[in-house]
Design a protein around this ligand. Structure first.
Ligand code: MSP
Length: 658
């Protein structure tokens, strides 16, 4: 039986400069999807590449004193290395300067001309070189490009035109009839209202005022418009039109991922070119949001781009991939801050996942000589853990099919949280103390089996980490325990397997004091340092120094406080203490007990059900012999009256406050 195919593409990037973290966003998402589909058994083709022609590149090369080809060769080399360090598993990398592509573009142009869709005329209008886009005077208000704001130039030259209007109605109908074609839906409405409804203008598809491009095969001096050249890559890379084997195997693409500013090119020009070529349209074009900085868009000219290679160097590629996929819902814009990245690393990776593995391995080594025995005594909570573990892959599949990467990871982290809670519930240290061997062996088995399932489900997102986990839990060679399907079966981990000594998978990151004297942006590479727990004392001393030297705290200090929304589940008076209430709260995946000094201001029954702000990483203390595991936040007025904090709208307990 032939496997079902899945074709996914990224935009092809301009090698006019090195790429920044925003560019990596699309490619990491496409890679996660490609890996996921491969694990699901699909025959996946994953295409990326570079868009190397056009006036912009020609000018950048001239500024650098290089020929365009030498100029792009150097940057493309760098881009390929970048994809390697980010573990991008592309099937093919197309460069528009490759002979295979140029010949195909010429054949496409010729076909469109011969069938009468392209005709020669004179173009007079406005052109934005950074976007390589034509604009009318109405669109380019005050002479500025509506997309990027650059000054547009008046162009007047003999050109070939494509008859867009001939296909406009068909495209309109296709968009209306195929809900999934343009995603998310807001982008579809924008295309309909801003471009299709006002009527499409014929598109200029050749230029004569510069040389760097694919020559029109039958008219010397004409260069194919760079967007027609570039968009064709999605089929020329498959061999179109010379060799149709791969085209038949993979076209139409299942998902074409692009950023929101190039949706117009991909959902209007591209489908119309395909219609004219008699080819089916891609099943889905997904226009994701932008990764922004706090001060706005990243751009080389503003000098505020974030170099992905520096980030990978500092934090590791899996952590960067996790952050990109987890932090921002795929359709929306999101802000990149180092603080947010560090929070994700510290909370999700170091605390949640790292600790689960660390605690488990330590206990297996300490209580069971490093060997996991087959389970032999079922007990309370086992069923709940197994049930969640076994349904996680199915939940994730539904979300991944809608490109909801962040939600899929949240589902996986629910299992991570549940497993940590299960350790607390089953208290292996007590089982060991009391000599309950059978039950102890069973819970240790359950921890490791859950870790195995988590590691399998991590594969699309963090390709390196699963291998490290498999090494630690002793299943590196056990491929049958690593397939996606193996996450749907409980009990594949073999009794008698020896685990390794624990190692820190994700060291917690602390921002150094030297950060105060920030070097110029360019040299800041080393100003943040990764430290393990060992250095907690030094960092404490440094925090104290800092507190002495200034009454202000830095955002990094604030980021160290794990603030959450907590829902109050129970409250009762503490015997013999007028001011204290013993309160049980839910943080979503876990419950905490605290002792709060609010009894003079609130009756226990008054606060049950309230959602309040909560400090979740305060070291536990005993108050009147009761352990208090956190702190509720309250405001205090001049007379000392306490008023509990609250949240403005309905929100899930456990949500982070930042
Ligand atoms: N060469 C064209 C695409 C041709 S596809 C046939 C192009 N190249 S680009 O290098 O400027 O952009 C490539 C992709 O990177 C676009 O999808 C764009 O949205 C994306 N991004 C560039 N900056 C970005 C962010 N800051 N955040 C997210 N994506 C970003 O356009």
């Amino acid at each position: 039986m032939t496997r079902k195919s899945f074709y996914i593409t990224t935009p092809i990037y301009y090698p006019s400069d090195k790429l920044h973290i925003g560019h990596c966003y699309t490619t990491v998402a496409a890679d996660a999807m490609a890996r996921f589909k491969r694990l699901m058994g699909y025959d996946v083709w994953f295409l990326t590449g570079t868009d190397e022609h056009g006036q912009k590149i020609e000018r950048r090369a001239a500024e650098a004193g290089k020929t365009p080809q030498v100029f792009v060769d150097e940057i493309v080399e760098w881009i390929k290395e970048l994809w390697d360090i980010l573990d991008i598993s592309y099937s093919d990398f197309i460069r528009t300067t490759e002979e295979r592509h140029k010949q195909s573009v010429q054949a496409i142009f010729k076909k469109l001309y011969e069938q009468g869709d392209i005709y020669k005329d004179k173009y007079e209008g406005l052109y934005c070189t950074p976007c390589e886009a034509f604009w009318t005077e109405r669109q380019a208000e005050e002479g500025c490009c509506p997309d990027c704001g650059s000054q547009v130039e008046m162009v007047s030259e003999e050109s070939y035109f494509f008859k867009m209007s001939k296909y406009a109605q068909r495209l309109y109908e296709h968009i209306l009839e195929n809900e999934d074609f343009i995603q998310p839906p807001s982008r579809k409405n924008e295309m309909i209202n801003n471009f299709l409804k006002p009527g499409l203008e014929e598109l200029c598809v050749s230029r004569t005022s510069f040389d760097w491009g694919v020559e029109v095969p039958f008219d010397n001096g004409h260069i194919v418009y760079v967007w027609l050249d570039a968009l064709s890559n999605y089929i020329t890379a498959l061999g179109y039109p010379q060799d149709m084997e791969k085209v038949e195997q993979y076209w139409p693409a299942d998902v074409q991922l692009i950023g929101k500013e190039i949706v117009r090119f991909h959902t209007i020009y591209w489908p119309i070119f395909l219609m004219a070529l008699g080819l089916p349209l891609p099943r889905q074009v997904f226009g994701h949001g932008w990764l922004l900085l706090q001060e706005g868009k990243m751009s080389k000219s503003k000098g505020n781009v974030i170099d992905p290679t520096v980030l990978v160097d500092q934090y590791g590629s899996d952590a960067i991939r996790y952050f990109l996929l987890r932090e921002i819902p795929f359709g929306s814009d999101g802000v990149f801050t180092t603080e947010a990245l560090i929070q994700r690393i510290n909370f999700d990776l170091a605390n949640d996942l790292g600790n689960l593995i660390h605690r488990t391995l330590n206990m297996v080594n300490k209580f069971a000589g490093g060997v996991i025995e087959a389970p032999s005594l079922e007990g309370e909570h086992d069923g709940e853990l197994k049930e969640l573990a076994l349904e996680t892959s199915g939940e994730m599949e539904k979300l991944m099919d809608k490109l909801l990467f962040s939600n899929a990871l949240a589902v996986l982290w629910k299992l991570v949280g549940r497993a940590n809670k299960y350790i607390d519930e089953t208290e292996p240290w007590a089982l060991n103390r009391e000599g309950k061997r059978e039950r102890l062996n069973t819970v240790l088995y359950n921890y490791v089996e859950t870790i195995r399932i988590i590691s399998v489900l991590l594969q699309p997102f963090m390709p390196k980490t699963p291998y490290r986990i498999w090494e630690l839990i002793g299943i590196s060679g056990e491929t049958s325990q690593q397939t996606w399907d193996s996450s749907k079966a409980w009990g594949l981990y073999k009794g008698g397997t020896r685990v390794k000594k624990s190692e820190v998978l994700f060291p917690r990151i602390e921002l150094e004091k030297e950060e105060e004297q920030k070097p110029p942006k360019k040299d800041r590479k080393k100003s943040r340092k990764v430290v393990g727990k060992k250095t907690a004392e030094t960092s404490k001393a440094s925090a104290e120094n800092q507190a002495e030297s200034s009454s202000h705290i830095k955002i990094d200090d604030f980021a160290r406080v794990d603030l959450r929304v907590a829902e109050i589940l129970q409250a009762e008076k503490v015997d013999g203490a007028d001011k204290l209430l013993k309160v049980k709260v839910s943080l979503g995946q876990e419950e905490r007990q605290i002792v709060a000094g609010i009894a003079q201001y609130y009756k226990p029954e008054e606060i049950v059900g309230k959602k309040v702000l909560f400090v979740a990483n305060l070291a536990p203390v005993k108050i009147r012999g009761i352990e208090s595991q956190g702190m509720l936040l309250a405001a205090v007025d001049a007379g000392g009256k306490l008023v509990l904090s609250s949240v403005d709208k309905e929100i899930a307990p456990g949500s982070r406050v930042s």
